[in-house]
Every structure is written in C-alpha cells, then in structure tokens.
Design a protein around this ligand. Structure first.
Ligand code: HEM
Length: 519
C-alpha cells in the first residue's frame, strides 16, 4: 500500500503534473548516469593524458587531477621559479624532465647544451614565446613584440632594434644623466625620505620619467596627472586582480575555447586608456617639425602606411606603446632597486664600488658612453644583482617545428619548453656559494657562464637590455657617488617574493627599504 501510495501521488508543481513519480525517478537516474559517464570519460581522458611522459619513459613529477604539476604556483603558494627549483633539485643529472601545465604535457630542460640549442643554435624550431591568445581585437598584449609569432616577429623585431643603436644609446645616457637631478632633488627636499627609502617607489619615478622621454618623447615632469595615469596602468599589468588571474588560468587550460569565446587576458580598461593615448601621441609626433631622430612613436608613424608585411596599424601601435612601456619600467625599476638594496646590505662591496666610481667619474662628472665601460666593478655588481634576482626566473619557448633531441625524445610542434633560469643561477656547480652577493665572480677572463641569462637568450632575448644596463649603471653610480646606502630593518635578507606578481617572478612582497646618508 505504501508503494502504491508513492507511485500514484501527484506533484503539485508543473513537472509533477506532467509525469508520474516513477518517470521522474527514471529521468533523474538517467541524468545521473549520463553525468557519471561524462565524469568517467573525463577521468579516463586525463589519466591517459597524464601518461604522456611515463609512456615514453621520461621522468618528471607526478601530476594531480586537472591541475597537473602547477598546484603551488596556481594557488599562489610560491612563485613559478620557486616551484620549478624543486624539480631542478629533485631531478638533477637529467638533461630534461616532463611535466604537465594543467593538462598540457610540457618540457623542462636543464642541460646547458640543450638550452643553448633551443635558444640559439636551433632557434628556428623554437621561435615563439608561449601563452598568448592569437585572436585579434582589443587584448592589448597580443600586439606586443613579446607575443608576436614566427614570421611576423621576424619582420617586426629589426624595426624596433633601431631604438637601441649605439647613437640612440648615447642619447639615452644623456637623458638618464639629466633626469638624475630629479632624484637628487627629491632626496634633498624630503629629509624623511632619507630615513626610510622604499626603493621601488623612489627609483620608479626616475625610471618612468626617463623612459617616457626616451620612448614617447614626453616630459612627465610637467604633467603629474599623466604620470599618475601611466604609473597606475603599469601597476595593473604587473599586479593583476583575481579576474585577470582567472582569465590567464582559463587561457592556459583551454586556449582554443578562450579564443573562440573572444575573451581577454588583460583588463579592458588598459585598452580603453592606451588606444586614445596612442592616437594622441602619434598625432602630436606628426605635428612636430623637427623630430630629430627616432623614438618609439616616430617609428610607429613611419610604418603606419608601409607595405603590408611590416605595416603597423592602430591596434598594433597600441600594443607596442603599452608593452614597451610595461616591459621596460617595472623590470628596470626592480633591478636597480635590488642593486641598491644589496649594496646597503654589503657595505664592503659598496665601498669598493664607490672607490671605482670616484676614480672614473672624478666626483660629479657625468657618465658618458666612454667612461661607462671603464667601470668594470659596476658591471660586475649589475650582473651579480641579476644573477640573484633574475626577473623572469623561468624562460619559455614553444616548439614551432618538430625537434629531435635523442632516441627517447622528439619534441612535437606546439609543446611548451621551460628553461629554469633562477635554478641555474643558484646552482653551486656553476656559481660556488650561490646565496652570497659576490660581484667578483663576474670579474676576470671567464666572465659570464653560458647559463647566465637574466635578459633571456638568443635572437629572442630582451631587446632593451642595453638601455636597462645604462639605466642601472647611471642610477647606481650617481647615487653612491652622492650618498651612503645603509640597511633598513624594514627589509632584511632573504627577501620573500610575491607569488601574485604575474610577470616579474622575484617581486619583493614588502618592498625594498634602505636609508640614505649624504656623503
Ligand atoms: C632590467 C631590466 C630588464 C630585464 C631583466 C628584462 C628581461 C627580459 C627577458 C628575460 C625577456 C625574455 C627574453 C627571452 O625570452 O629570451 C625580455 C623580453 C623583452 N624585453 Fe626586456 N628586460 C628588461 C628591460 C627592458 C627594456 C628597458 C625594454 C625596452 C625598452 C625591454 C623590452 C623587452 C621586449 C620588447 C621583449 C620581447 C622581445 C622579443 O620577444 O623579441 N626590456 N626582457
């Protein structure tokens, strides 16, 4: 009777009016069965995918369901290089290992000779950087040189190399020298600044103003509002919100679906700001009677109507204006700040450097393209700073053409290849006592070991490296010529890196603090 009652009872709702309870139970059962089967198929698919490396006998860390081997960096427990440092130590002696970037089998190469082949000798098989969507539209970063692919990149890179000729670098030295007065003025006017100097902010202003003059021909000293706008947008790029982090995650997991849905990896307001800004810069540059050589904006104008292969249309111009600005600023600011911070922590190195700077510059004399190369210890300090704090702790390439490595491994087209810069820089086999700040290791005949790659490596390395080196050398040499850098208890070694920072993998979590004392 009970059963009969339940079978015949009617639901007072619309579904109940249409179906008997037994039918509803059947439908629910059917949906559950379909759902379970779907999960089963997904599980089987993942299991098979996660056998990619073990099936061909290549070692690597064990993947976890859906997230593969990216757990720590995905959940922001640590930075990507900190995560891969563990693999480097665990699998030492192997030329390469396999891992899973979420569901995607990817390769991690550790052998210096293989790294040389991938980045230099056989570069034609590994031309591209991975991880950027390819659809057109207003996703600002896809038009950057960094994201450009294959043939397009080959045509565009030489265009922008014209910004870094020896003549241009000489002009840049002059601009950095002139803008240094800004920095000094700020220190002189604000006594509290000398007691507590947060380097990233303090150096940031100097670099941003200098780079805007060099790249855009702008004088930000006269326009505080523009300075704040540009600083704010640059900040967004390097400290993305949760939304952007999720977009990147989605993109990594399924680039095809991401592109199909025409989603964006970067906040739309960056585009909204930089699109009219670029137009204005280009129009202003066209109106100038005497442009006197080239900067980024005049280059963009020059190629606006050139032949199709090299033409730079508006969306692409926006990409370059934004990406050159972002790629140059935070990277250089962070490196200069680390250099000064390390000098504050190591007074003996600072004294030696000051002795060299005083000797070469004879106090208060400007840095020139001639005397800059006489400061060899300064060069060593720069290299040692970047060895300890490489801004991209993991370099990445995509295999663009199938590549035979050995009888075990042929890298298929489309596979991402990771190169552990930070781990190599901290390997005692190449750099004895790697934790120590010891610029002397870069002096002498055997200058740079081939695994030293703070600016990347091969034809796809950093296009602005000379400009960054000049900025570092002028800021550091002139500051220590005027001030003594003292440690500040607000920052001590070891520095904790911010795992939320998207591109710079060694961004200090709580800034870099020093004190400054007039000499
Ligand atoms: C200390 C400062 C800097 C560091 C540490 C740095 C580091 C890097 C690294 C590691 C790469 C990737 C290289 C590779 O994949 O092999 C790169 C690419 C790039 N950098 Fe820099 N960079 C710095 C400053 C600059 C400056 C000042 C500019 C421009 C004015 C710049 C523009 C670029 C561009 C456009 C790319 C992409 C190049 C391409 O794909 O062809 N960078 N940088």
């Amino acid at each position: 009777m009970h059963l009969w009652y339940f079978r015949t009872v009617q639901f007072p709702y619309s579904i109940g009016e249409m179906f008997e309870q037994s039918t509803i139970i059947f439908i629910l059962f059917f949906i559950t069965a379909v759902f379970c089967s779907f999960l089963g198929v997904c599980y089987e698919y993942m299991k098979r995918r996660y056998r990619y490396w073990s099936d061909i006998g290549i070692p690597g860390p064990k993947p976890e369901f859906i997230i593969g081997n990216m757990k720590e960096s995905l959940f922001m427990k640590c930075t990507e290089p900190e995560m891969t440092d563990v693999w480097y130590k665990d699998y030492r002696g192997n030329p390469y290992i396999g891992f899973y970037n979420l569901l995607k089998p990817s390769l991690f190469i550790m052998d210096p000779e293989l790294i040389r082949k991938v980045t230099e000798v056989d570069f034609n098989h590994f031309i591209d950087h991975p991880s950027f969507s390819e659809h057109s539209g207003s996703d600002v970063i896809i038009y950057s040189l960094f994201a450009m692919k294959d043939q397009v990149w080959k045509v565009k890179r030489p265009i922008f190399s014209r910004l870094f000729t020896p003549k241009k670098l000489r002009e840049q030295i002059e601009i950095f020298n002139n803008r240094y007065s800004l920095l000094k003025e700020e220190i002189e006017n604000k006594s509290e600044l000398r007691k507590d100097t947060e380097l990233l902010k303090f150096i940031g202003r100097y670099i941003l103003i200098s780079f805007s003059t060099i790249l855009y021909g702008l004088d930000l000293m006269k326009d505080e509002k523009l300075f704040e706008d540009l600083e704010g947008h640059s900040e967004k790029f390097f400290h993305p919100g949760l939304h952007q982090a999720l977009m990147f995650l989605f993109y990594t997991a399924s680039p095809d679906l991401f592109n199909f849905l025409r989603m964006k990896t970067f906040p739309r307001d960056i585009w909204k700001y930089f699109s009219p800004f670029t137009k204005e810069l280009q129009e202003h540059n066209k109106r100038l009677v005497n442009t006197n050589g080239c900067n980024l904006v005049s280059l963009l104008n020059q190629y606006q109507d050139s032949e199709p292969a090299s033409a730079i249309d508006h969306p692409e111009a926006v990409g370059h204006i934004f990406s050159f600005f972002s790629a140059s600023n935070h990277t250089t600011i962070t490196t200069v700040s680390y250099g000064l911070f390390l000098l504050g922590q190591h007074p003996e190195v600072q004294d030696m450097l000051r002795e060299e700077v005083d000797r070469v510059l004879k106090r208060n004399q400007n840095i020139t393209s001639e005397n800059i190369n006489d400061m060899v210890y300064l060069d060593a300090v720069l290299n040692e700073t970047m060895r300890l704090y490489p801004l991209l702790g993991v370099l990445k390439r995509v295999c663009t053409k199938k590549y035979y490595v050995d009888e075990l491994l042929t890298i298929p087209e489309g596979m991402d290849v990771f190169i552990p810069v930070q781990a190599l820089h901290m390997d005692p086999e190449y750099f004895p006592e790697p934790e120590k700040f010891h610029p002397e290791r870069f002096l002498g005949l055997e200058k740079l070991p081939s695994i030293f790659m703070p600016f990347g490596r091969g034809p796809r390395n950093c296009i602005g490296l000379r400009m960054a080196e000049i900025a570092f050398k002028i800021a550091v040499a002139r500051l220590i010529s005027d001030y003594v850098i003292l440690p500040n208890p607000k920052s001590t070694l070891p520095i904790k890196f911010d795992p939320r920072s998207l591109f710079i993998t060694c961004m200090p979590e709580n800034g870099l603090w020093v004190k400054l004392q007039k000499r």
